[in-house]
Design a protein around this ligand. Structure first.
Ligand code: PEP
Ligand code: MG
Length: 606
C-alpha cells in the first residue's frame, strides 16, 4: 500500500550541475547519500537515459559525473518536496566546499642523464634503487561470516575517521561505499566480483583513480575474514614503483626505509595521492614505462623528473637539493611560531583563513599570528544556528587569538546555504549576495551581529563586510551593526569595521572609502572573477592566478588606501606570488593553515 502511495505521489525534481573541478567523486557523494538517506522518499539521480538510486554511493558514482555535467535529482514520496529542496542546496554546498587540489609548482632541472617527465604529487628528492611493489596474500581460516566481516570493517573505518581527523572524509566515504556494495546474501566471491565490475564502471581519470578505494574496502573485509598481506619491503632505502597503491597501505610505508613513490596509474586527486601528500612522502605520477635496473635513480619531485641513469654530478646535485629541501621543510616547521621578517628586517604578519572551530585550532598549531578571515558560513550549512550556538562558536574561536577579523555571512553566488531562501536569479553572482543580505535578510544579520558582539565581550576585533560595491552599502551595514549593538546594550567601541576588496568598483572609490572604513582586506578570489568576468567555479574557463594585472591592481590599492590593507585571497598562500607581493608592500597576509610555515619561510628569503 505504502509502495503504491509512493508510486502515485507527485514527483519533485531539481537539475544539479557539477561545478567542482574534481567532479562528483567519492567523498562528496558519500556525504550526499548520508543526507539523502534521512528522507523516506525514493530518490533517484538521472543523467541522460541512466537513472540510479541516489541513496547509494556506488550507483551515484556509476554516473561518472564530471565538472560541467548535470543530472536531475528526482524524489517521490511523502517528504519529496523537502527532500529535493534540502538536497539541492546541500549539493551546491558540497560542490563549493570541494576545493580543487592545488597544482604542485616545480622548478627547472639541469640534470645530464636521461630524464622522464613526471607529475609531482608531493615535493622532495629521492636517490635510491627502484623496488617493484608486490604483496603476498596469506589465508588462515576463521569462522567469521562475510556479514560480520563487513560490519567489523565498517567499524574499523569509523574508528579511523575519528583517529585521523585530517583524513576523516576519506574513511567515512569508504565506509559508505562499503555499505552500498554489500548485501546480506553475498558470498565473498560475489562481493569480489561486484567490486571488480563496479570499480571498472568508473570512467575518466579522476573517477578511475577511486578504483583503489574499492580494492581497499575489499582488502579490509578480507582481513576480517582471516587474510593477511605481507609486503616484504627492502631494508635498505628504496623508491617504490606501483601501478597504484591502496590508501590503507600509505600509513604503513612511513615505517619502512622508503625514499619515494612512483605511481603509474593514479591521479593527483586520488585518496592515495592525498594521503601520500599528507604523509610528506616524495611521490610522483609517471605513465611512461621505463626499464628498471638495480642502480639508484633520482626521483626529483621538486623538478618533476626521474633521472634514469644519473651521472656523478647529477647524484651530487640531487643530494644537495634533497638536503636543501629537507632543511627547508624542517626549518619552516620549526620556525612556524616565529615572526616572518624579510632580509631587510621588515615583518610580514601571517594570519590564517579559518572556517570552523577545528580549523581555528589547527591555525594556532601551525603558527598563525591571528585570524585574518573568519568565514562564518560554516555555522549555517545545515540549519539556522541559534543565537547561543553562534555565540558559543565565536567565543571559542575568539579565545584562541588576539588578532581576529570576522566576516559577516557571505551567502550567494558560489556559496549557497540550504535554508537561507535566496530567490532564483538569472545571474546569482551579480545578485543578492554578501553585504546585500543586510537588506534582504535583516533578521539573520541582526542575530549574527548580536552573537559576534556578545562573543567579542569588549575584546578589540575587526568585523568585515563581504562583497561591498558602494560606500552606501558599507555605511548601511555599519549603521545596521551600530543599531544592533544599541538594541542589545553592547558596547562596540572596541570593534573596527572594514570591507573585503573583491568587487572592482571599490578600486575606483578608495578615496571615499578611506573616509569611512577602518581597514581593507583584498579578496583575490572574487576580485579576479569579477575583473576577468570569469566565474570562479566555471567548468572550463580559468584565469592565470599570477596574471600581472592582479599585481598591478594590488599595487594600486596599496598606493591609494590610507587604512591598513591585508590580503586574504588564495594568492596569499601561493609561494610563487610571495616575491612579487613583498615589493608591493603587502605586509599582512591571511593564508590557509597548512601554508603558514612555508609562507613565513618564503618571506624570510627576500
Ligand atoms: C575572496 O573572495 O578572495 C575571499 C577570500 O573570500 P571567499 O573565497 O570566501 O569568497
Ligand atoms: Mg569572496
Amino acid at each position: 500500500m505504502q509502495f503504491l502511495k509512493t508510486l502515485f505521489s507527485k514527483p519533485y525534481s531539481a537539475k544539479l550541475s557539477i561545478t567542482s573541478s574534481n567532479g562528483f567523486h567519492l567523498r562528496p557523494a558519500a556525504k550526499f547519500v548520508t543526507e539523502a538517506k534521512k528522507f523516506r522518499s525514493h530518490i533517484k539521480a538521472k543523467k541522460g537515459l541512466e537513472e540510479v538510486d541516489a541513496k547509494s554511493v556506488n550507483t551515484l558514482l556509476s554516473l561518472n559525473l564530471e565538472k560541467g555535467d548535470a543530472f536531475t535529482l528526482i524524489a517521490q514520496g511523502k517528504d519529496a518536496q523537502v527532500a529535493i529542496q534540502t538536497l539541492a542546496t546541500y549539493f551546491k554546498t558540497l560542490m563549493h566546499e570541494d576545493k580543487a587540489i592545488e597544482p604542485v609548482t616545480t622548478q627547472v632541472h639541469t640534470y645530464q642523464g636521461k630524464t622522464v617527465e613526471v607529475q609531482s604529487i608531493s615535493l622532495g628528492v629521492a636517490i635510491a634503487p627502484v623496488y617493484t611493489y608486490r604483496k603476498k596474500e596469506i589465508y588462515t581460516a576463521t569462522n567469521i561470516t562475510l556479514q560480520k566481516a563487513t560490519t567489523l570493517a565498517q567499524e574499523e573505518l569509523l574508528a579511523l575517521s575519528k583517529k585521523e581527523s585530517n583524513n576523516e572524509g576519506i574513511y567515512l566515504a569508504q565506509k559508505e561505499l562499503l555499505t552500498s556494495l554489500t548485501s546480506n546474501f553475498d558470498t565473498l566471491e560475489m562481493f569480489e566480483k561486484r567490486i571488480e565490475e563496479q570499480s571498472h564502471a568508473l570512467i575518466g581519470g579522476k573517477h578511475e583513480s577511486k578504483r583503489a578505494d574499492y580494492q581497499d574496502i575489499l582488502q579490509r573485509v578480507k582481513q576480517q575474514l582471516g587474510y593477511t598481506y605481507v609486503f616484504d619491503f627492502p631494508t635498505e632505502p628504496f623508491i617504490l614503483i606501483a601501478d597504484d597503491l591502496l590508501p590503507s597501505t600509505i600509513s604503513q610505508l612511513k615505517q619502512t626505509a622508503i625514499e619515494g613513490v612512483i605511481l603509474r596509474e593514479t591521479s593527483s586527486t586520488s585518496h592515495t595521492a592525498i594521503l601520500l601528500k599528507a604523509e610528506g612522502i616524495t611521490s610522483v605520477i609517471c605513465s611512461t614505462h621505463f626499464e628498471l635496473h638495480k642502480r639508484p635513480i633520482i626521483l626529483d619531485a621538486s623538478c618533476g623528473v626521474i633521472v634514469l641513469q644519473p651521472s656523478k654530478d647529477d647524484v651530487s646535485q640531487a643530494a644537495l637539493s634533497q638536503k636543501k629541501h629537507e632543511e627547508e621543510e624542517e626549518r619552516a616547521y620549526l620556525k612556524r611560531f616565529e615572526p616572518a621578517r624579510t632580509r631587510k628586517g621588515k615583518e610580514v604578519i601571517v594570519l590564517a583563513n579559518v572556517s570552523s572551530i577545528e580549523s581555528a585550532k589547527e591555525a594556532k598549531n601551525e603558527g598563525a599570528q591571528g585570524i585574518g578571515l573568519l568565514r562564518t558560513e560554516f555555522l549555517f550549512t545545515k540549519t539556522q544556528p541559534s543565537l547561543e550556538e553562534q555565540t558559543q562558536a565565536y567565543t571559542d574561536i575568539f579565545a584562541l587569538f588576539e588578532t581576529i577579523t570576522v566576516r559577516t555571512l557571505d551567502v550567494g553566488g558560489d556559496k549557497n546555504l540550504p535554508y537561507i531562501d535566496l530567490k532564483h536569479e538569472a545571474n546569482p553572482f551579480l545578485g543578492i549576495r554578501g553585504v546585500r543580505l543586510f537588506k534582504s535578510h535583516s533578521n539573520i544579520m541582526d542575530e549574527q551581529l548580536h552573537a559576534i558582539f556578545k562573543a567579542a565581550n569588549n575584546k578589540s576585533i575587526k568585523v568585515m563586510f563581504p562583497m561591498v560595491s558602494t560606500v552606501e552599502e558599507f555605511n548601511h551595514a555599519k549603521s545596521f551593526a551600530q543599531e544592533v549593538a544599541k538594541k542589545y546594550h553592547i558596547d562596540i567601541s572596541n570593534i573596527d569595521f572594514g570591507i573585503m576588496i573583491e568587487v572592482p568598483s571599490v578600486l575606483f572609490l578608495l578615496k571615499e572609502f578611506n573616509t569611512v572604513v577602518d581597514f581593507y582586506s583584498i579578496g583575490t578570489n572574487d576580485l579576479t572573477q569579477y575583473l576577468f568576468a570569469t566565474e570562479r567555479t566555471h567548468p572550463t574557463l580559468e584565469v592565470n592566478p599570477l596574471s600581472p594585472l592582479i599585481f598591478n591592481v594590488i599595487q594600486s590599492i596599496i598606493k591609494n588606501a590610507t587604512k591598513p590593507v591585508s590580503l586574504c585571497g588564495e594568492l596569499a598562500s601561493n609561494i610563487s606570488a610571495i616575491p612579487q607581493l613583498l615589493p608591493l608592500k603587502v605586509h599582512t597576509l591571511s593564508v590557509s593553515s597548512k601554508h603558514i610555515g612555508k609562507v613565513k619561510e618564503e618571506i624570510r628569503k627576500y
